[in-house]
Ligand binder design. Sequence first.
Ligand code: G6P
Length: 594
Amino acid sequence: MPMCGITGFIGNNAAANALEGLRTLEYRGYDSAGIAFATKEGRIKVVKTVGDVSALDKKLAAEDMSASNFAIAHTRWATHGGVSDANAHPHTDCTGKVAVVHNGIIENFQALRSELTSRGHNFSSETDSEVIGHLIEENLRTMGFVDAALAAFRRLEGSYAILAAYEGSPDALVAAKNQSPLVLSAGDGFAAAASDPVPLAKCSKEGLFLEDGDFAIIKKGSLEVLDLRTGKKVGRKPIVFGTGSVFSDKQEYPHFMLKEIYEAPAAIRLAAMQEPAALEKAARLVRENRVVFVACGTSRHASLVGRYLFNRIGGKFCEVVVASEFPYIAKNIVDDDLLVIAVSQSGETADVIEGVKIAKARGAKVLAITNVVGSSLDRISDCALHLNCGPEIGVAATKTFVAQLSLLYLLASTVVGKKDDEKRKLDEVSRILENSLPGWDAVGRKLSQRLAKEPAAYFIARGPNFPTALEGALKFKEITYIHAEGMAAGELKHGTLALISKGTPVIAICPNDYTHAETISNVMETAARGAFVIGCSDEPNSAFDELIAVPKVEEHHFPLVFSIPLQFLAYHTAVLRKNNPDRPRNLAKSVTVK
Ligand code: G6P
């Protein structure tokens, strides 16, 4: 049951176009990849393999794809069902004439599979997705491809973005969407489909973002959208792709992650360029409602900083709920005086989208903070603020965390009428950071020599930097594969201190602010047990074995500043351990399954 990237193309050089698009979707998963394309003889040929799109390229080297006039392709992130050639997509029916790619989870696949097996269908994978092709195959006995697919898709329960092709119908691909994203575009002599706008932005300025319950017929130069249940036509207005849809390259950097860390100062400035009306609307929503943040991963850590900012700048108490836990508590907290601030870089994280739907159904308002214009979250929210910092390709979020924090500073300050002041300050901080980056890069590289051999590392801080410690540990563990824990410094003595012994790395985030004295006391407690203390501070201290020096900034800007040297630390340690920091094992950038 994959959570994946899909592309489809109909027109000349379809296979090459579908593959080119697929390369930009690898942030969605890279366990295995595959393509189904039309051959010269008008047959469907499927080639798939464990590995990423470059592994697929190798396997395709001997194939003649030049005559392909349609193709569908897939890059997979496995959740259930092992990573194997057989489980890779596309999947076919028994005849090999129907091919399907799917992103999502077909929840009733077991029932469908037993039903189809009892009628003689042979399955060649363990996936939920394979049932789709067999369902279409059965319907094709009595109807044309479009009707066969419509009837098949109506039987599916769960989440899906599906593209299907049939060799008996070379002029049309069909698609359906429920919960997982799918965007379509068409132009002179071609039409294309993909999980996000990036693969489409090269040949189209705008596209149709399918809504849940949509079914689409994709033909050269034309797109038709029907309601999956009723079969009636629905109008979907084209949306112009944002500038974030332009795919970026690594330039001179060895990894996207390093390039994106260096983009932090620009990300701060870009995030601060908000449309005044949207910002004021968001601030009004914050002022007039109870507030809860709903987010996952790094976006949750940004939200936790946001909680401190709303409290200390805006005098407002709010909560942060892990998106996947939100449904379990929503019943008692959500009503029409609640504002849910949904923070999601991709705007596609399934847990966040589900939380937002629950909130909306119970009358709450939703403010989205996302980097992707036109994403599912963007479209279902009452109000949206965009990070505007360009696509982030590295799986580990870096510049988007910085952009999220910047936007939250701006929002908290707008709530109390200090927007212009904060904008100016953010600009100053971005200039200060620009000068600090090379030094942090160098110190990160130096300290990585010490950290790369360690079995564990502990990140501690207090106040608004407690989430910085959580984020520092997350970044570190997700790309180095070294166990790391981030915690409130005051919590150490309640358990984790038992794990500190001679040489254990403790990274103490320790600004010279109102948290300084108490954090230093906690540092001393670890030093007394032999910890190797890396202090991250604007003030040297004899308790530190090593210092990552940061400039003095206003106290609430420290989380923004500290996050960056910690990203360098994780990056260099990962590289030293010969890990690819852009593609940590088992992870994906956009998690569209629950
Ligand atoms: C995945 C990514 C993380 C990200 C999280 C939330 O786990 O690997 O880097 O923080 O999803 O993603 P979102 O797009 O909602 O911010």
